[in-house]
Design a protein around this ligand. Structure first.
Ligand code: ZN
Ligand code: ZN
Ligand code: FE
Length: 772
């Protein structure tokens, strides 16, 4: 019997070769009708025999193109039209989006395009903008929905006849590849000298530009390169003088630089790489992976001073492939920004920001529509885990099962900021914005807000933000609530948001034990929290226990000065009166040292903190590993790197009684001081410190389970970027029969806060609606 059905498919179905896939499927099943993109996804109008249509519907969610992701299918029956054939029809942009179609992330050059790129007989040989339906720019070039060439920054390039032919041919692998281009019709590379450079270089284009840039890099120059989601700064990673010059010009004294290497084999020369890590490096997202460096890795010492881990990535665009093939050496490939500012995306801004850093600009005339930094990942606990979620992952949505009716905009934290929009059961998390210290970063945050709102196709009806009144994100929340007349505001405590972020990512239902260890977040009692044991159920949380409060001399200033935390912990452990115990490190000025000692001695009015991050700082300083840190997390990273994973347990952290119990590190600090004085090795001490924290996690969790019966536990907060701690804790918890949940595609650090805030707000608004 002849039947007709209208099938609406939502998900990542545009720009991924979904329509040709449908076309092939329909042809194979002898069906007639059409397929088109609309603002929501893809609409299929199909008629034929019922059994054939049933088979067709089944195949639709199986055998998908590699980048497609079907989230929802709605089927309606309709009167047969007697269509003559099956065709792909033009998009219908008139429908206003309520749930916008999901644009895929940018995807690394696929093997088929790579083969053509290096095939001298191919018409796209050496073309820096080669792409197909399986690969190339997506997210970073999209200007509207549905995803079609007119609504990308490729719209200004008129296709040549040859490209048009491929684009229109359903059997061609570039059929409706929206970024299709070739040498005759696509974007053009351009090399330009820096405004300040002498002698001024006349601009070169195409292959000459590429050759010139490769030459400048070979000779030790610094080149700003326009990549997918922003500019990079590149230079030879093997030459100390070059890397030092980059550090000087970028005002970035110590923070490690990421590198690009030609392929996974080149990566294996610098780092130890497991099969899983190789897969991660080669995945279509092509993230930076943090990998354990080999002794004697042939790179300059200044690339990642004192680091056990190196950040490596493989080429993700044809331009990178062409450059790496010419140079075949590791290149520094770091964000094209001044320190702590957002990465530059347009040529003018790049020239302003990077003109006195780069010797040359290698750019092109395809506009970057959306800023998107490189993502950072680390293989931990048997899975790749995202530490910075940007290129290759954004804008994949996250299903959330609460509060679908509201459109909640969550504004994240102060550091590693991201923003998030939750609506109709899905959350869209923005790309990494960065620290909100500068006006430029706050501008980038505004861009990100506009982008997630546009992607969701809605205006926010509720705003969620952190409890801290001085976060720039909180102040922007104030301003936006006023501008948009939004009355629903949900204030979310920092560590509650960390736990909720992990709950939302994994779709966990019911209450969980949340262990949130991080540097700092304002607590409901006005103290700085950061070593928290919470019981979290949607919009509600109870603080069951925490690390004892210890002074934070100088507040935020203490976070870059681990020695201050050491002094505070010594005072807390009643060892402060023994100044000979710990001598003033050479890099600390006498005046500052005395001031802090005096503050602690008279127990001056100082902020108090339960931060595990600061405890890491204290231990790093007491063991002589790091007294002054030059970037966030330096001391904790160094302590992890030096820790012996096979160390024997030496310390415990005592738990108090009481409704809200505390875990007092005083005894631990006394033991560590004693061990250091007795000459116990730093590796041993640091390893045992990790074990003591794991032991604390297990005992704290057991207490909460006894009282509540809850057996699922979330490990969250920036401290859990520490692989050793995460793996030891997860292992010990599993042995104690807990169900352990850890972040995977959403960062455990403050980059994941906005998702947690959105989730808590969605739950709160849903509960409110039920009560009303
Ligand atoms: Zn391709
Ligand atoms: Zn062309
Ligand atoms: Fe945090």
């Amino acid at each position: 019997m002849l039947e007709r059905r209208l099938i609406a498919v939502h998900g990542v179905v545009q720009g991924v070769g979904f329509r040709p896939f449908v076309h092939r499927l329909a042809a194979a099943s002898d069906l007639r009708g059409s397929v088109r993109n609309n603002a929501h996804g893809v609409l299929i109008d199909v008629e034929g025999m019922r059994t054939d249509i049933d088979e067709f519907c089944r195949s639709l969610s199986e055998d998908l193109p590699s980048l497609a992701e079907v989230q929802h299918v709605a089927i309606e029956h309709a009167a047969p039209q007697d269509y003559p054939d099956f065709r792909i029809v033009a998009s219908d942009p008139r429908t206003r989006a309520s749930v916008a179609a999901t644009v895929p992330p940018d995807v690394a050059t696929c093997p088929a395009c790579l083969a053509e790129l290096f095939d001298p007989l191919d018409r796209r040989f050496g073309h820096a903008f080669i792409t197909c339906t399986d690969c190339g720019p997506r997210f970073s070039i999209v200007t509207g929905a549905p995803y079609d060439r007119e609504r990308t920054t490729m719209s200004s390039f008129a296709m040549c006849a040859a490209c048009r032919h491929e684009y229109d041919d359903p059997t061609n692998r570039r059929f409706h590849a929206e970024a299709i281009a070739c040498r005759d019709c696509g974007p053009t590379l351009r090399a330009e000298g820096s405004p300040g450079a002498r002698p001024v270089l006349a601009s070169l284009t195409g292959d000459e530009a590429l050759e010139h840039a490769a030459g400048v890099l070979r000779q030790g120059g610094i080149v700003a390169i326009k990549a997918l989601g922003g500019f990079h700064l590149a230079c030879d990673a093997a030459r100390e003088d070059v890397v030092v010059r980059l550090r000087g010009r970028k005002h970035r004294p110590a923070k490690p630089f990421a590198m690009m290497v030609r392929d996974a084999d080149a990566a294996a020369l610098l780092c130890h790489i497991s099969r899983d890590e190789r897969e991660l490096l080669e995945s279509p997202a092509r993230p930076i992976a943090l990998l354990v460096r080999r002794d004697g890795a042939a790179i300059a010492g200044s690339v990642a001073p004192g680091q056990q881990l190196l950040g490596l990535m493989l080429p993700s665009t044809p331009l990178h492939h062409l450059l790496m093939a010419r140079l075949d050496r590791p290149l520094i490939m770091t964000s094209g920004n001044r320190s702590d500012e957002p990465v530059a995306i347009d040529d003018g801004a790049a020239r302003d920001a990077l003109g006195d850093i780069a010797d040359l600009f290698l750019t092109h005339d395809r506009v970057i529509a959306v800023r998107c930094d490189d993502s950072v990942t680390r293989f931990m606990l048997g899975e790749p885990r995202v530490i910075r979620r940007s290129r290759g992952y954004v804008p994949r949505t996250i299903a959330i099962h609460r509060g679908a009716r509201q459109a909640v905009l969550a504004l994240g934290g102060q550091l590693k900021n991201t923003v998030c929009m939750a609506h109709s059961g899905r959350a869209i998390l923005s790309a990494h914005v960065g620290d909100l210290e500068s006006a430029e970063s706050r501008g980038a945050m505004r861009d990100a807000i506009a982008h997630v709102s546009r992607s969701a196709g809605v205006r926010p009806t509720a705003i969620a933000h952190d409890l801290h009144p001085d976060y720039a994100s909180t102040r922007i929340a104030d301003a936006m609530a006023g501008e948009l007349g939004i009355e629903d505001r949900v204030v979310v405590q920092h560590h509650h948001a960390h736990v909720a972020s992990c709950v939302a990512e994994h779709g966990v239902s019911g209450p969980v034990i949340g262990v949130a260890f991080d540097g700092a977040g304002l607590g409901t009692d006005g103290a700085i929290w950061g070593g928290e044991f919470l019981l979290v159920d949607g919009a509600q949380f109870t603080r069951c226990g925490h690390l004892s409060y210890v002074a934070l001399p100088g507040g935020d200033a203490a976070s870059r000065r681990p020695w201050r935390s050491a002094a505070a912990h010594l005072a807390h452990a009643s060892l402060g009166g023994a100044p000979k115990l710990v001598a003033r490190p050479a890099e600390v000025e006498q005046g500052e040292w005395s001031l802090v000692q005096q503050m602690l001695a008279r127990d001056a009015d100082m902020p108090r903190t339960s931060s595990v991050g600061r405890l890491f700082d204290a231990v790093a300083s007491l063991t002589g590993v790091c007294h002054v840190s030059r970037y966030e997390g330096q001391a904790a990273t160094a302590l992890e790197a030096i820790a012996d994973p096979r160390a024997a347990p030496r310390y415990t952290i005592a738990l108090s009684d009481g409704e809200v119990w505390t875990a007092d590190p005083a005894e631990l600090i006394r033991w560590i001081v004693d061990d250091v004085h007795r000459g116990v090795g730093v590796a041993e001490v640091a390893g045992a410190f990790h074990l003591a924290l794991c032991n604390l996690v297990v005992r704290g969790a057991e207490r909460i389970r006894e009282a509540s019966g809850v057996g699922s536990i979330v490990l969250t907060g920036g401290v859990f970027m520490n692989a050793m701690l995460l793996e030891l804790a997860a292992d010990a918890l599993a042995r104690a029969r807990f169900t352990v949940v850890a972040h995977r595609t959403v960062p455990c650090n403050d980059g994941g806060l906005s998702l947690g805030q959105a989730y808590v707000a969605a739950c709160a608004l849903e509960e409110e609606a039920v009560c009303a």
